[in-house]
Design a protein around this ligand. Structure first.
Ligand code: ADP
Length: 326
């Protein structure tokens, strides 16, 4: 049995639209249940360097609609060392923090798991990443917004692609997971997607492109997930260009645009539900788990599963993409 009077909340790792909405939800759900909130600036880094501030309900006013995170995020190598985590634990004791709520992705939860085990300390995670690559939740906060950003960009690229009869390779984020590339390809009417889950041979890709150009189309768009293996959009474009030098090939790397912007309604609602659920979980004496949503219901996923297990992608979606891009 342990009682929680004060929680610390931080945002860590890669930022995602909806982190502010989640921070607001965690803060207000806690305060509404009589729990004090301390915001820890700059993730684990701020925990070590003591950037810890009392938060009231008004500290999270007027942020639900903003991308990014008002308490900043950072990467922190020191937290990967036992000495760094020992300092973090000292700070936690100094501030009388009884539990942590961490908003982030894979790396953030790996750190949380190690820390929670080392100090037998309650930690709950709220999944925020545009990659949607965490096992145990249908979606992560930020994914829907990023998807909408990508399709908005691809719609614009389509205008110029068709005017000039060009072949565009558009690179999106998702080093280990093709959710963004594949679903954005479907939603934007792209011709193909190159994703890490499937090793698409160049000739298959080229075949799709050939078909597209030979039949009714005068332009093609292929979404490519960033990848060391394929070389991302540049790598794929080079190989296709070598085989089909006649095509006017262009590459667009969307980059950090995908991380920004006002969160969609879907992400705001997800962030609000998950943030509130993190406080419920702590009050139910749950710990060392990530909040997930499966079939529209809140679930608790142990950190070990969320981090280690690969989230499967439905490969039927590739089939749909192929069928609809003829
Ligand atoms: P994300 O949460 O978006 O996946 P990162 O992979 O950058 O982002 O991780 C965020 C932070 O989590 C790291 O900077 C580090 O402080 C902490 N972290 C990641 N892996 C570990 C680990 N193995 N042990 C301790 N802390 C870790």
């Amino acid at each position: 049995m342990y009682s929680i009077k004060t929680i610390g909340v931080l945002t860590s790792g890669g930022d995602a639209p909806g982190m502010n909405a989640a921070l607001r939800a965690v803060t207000r759900a806690a305060i509404s249940q009589g729990i004090a909130v301390k915001a820890i600036y700059r993730g684990y880094k701020g925990l070590i360097t003591d950037e810890i501030v009392d938060f009231q309900t008004q500290n999270v006013s007027n942020i639900i609609q903003h991308g990014g995170t008002i308490i900043k995020t950072a990467r922190c190598e020191e937290f990967k060392t036992p000495e760094g985590r020992a300092t973090a634990y000292e700070r936690i004791k100094d501030h009388n923090i009884d539990a942590l709520v961490v908003l982030g992705g894979d790396g953030t939860f790996t750190g949380a798991k190690v820390f929670a085990q080392e100090y037998n300390f309650p930690v709950v995670g709220v999944p925020c990443t545009i990659d949607n690559d965490l096992y145990g939740t249908d979606s992560t906060i930020g994914y829907d917004t990023a998807l909408n950003t990508v399709i908005e960009c691809v719609d614009k690229i389509r205008d110029t692609a068709s005017s000039h009869e060009r072949l565009f390779f558009v690179e999106v984020m998702g080093r280990d997971a093709g959710f963004l590339a594949l679903n954005a390809a479907i939603a934007s009417g792209a011709e193909a997607a190159v994703i890490p889950e499937v090793s698409i041979k160049d000739d298959m890709l080229a075949e799709v492109i050939q078909n597209g150009f030979r039949k009714t189309k005068n332009s093609s768009i292929v979404l490519v997930a960033e990848s060391k293996e394929t070389g991302g959009a540049n790598g794929v474009a080079q190989r296709v260009k070598a085989e089909y030098p006649q095509y006017d090939v262009r590459v667009v790397i969307l980059g950090h645009i995908q991380r920004g912007g006002s969160p969609t309604a879907v992400d705001r609602i997800l962030a609000s539900r998950m943030g509130a659920a993190a406080i419920d979980a702590l009050l139910e004496e749950q710990r060392n788990l990530m909040i997930g949503v499966v079939n529209d219901k809140i679930v608790y996923v142990p950190f070990t599963k969320a981090i280690k297990d690969d989230k499967p992608i439905d490969l039927k979606l590739l089939q749909v993409l192929r069928q609809l891009s003829i």
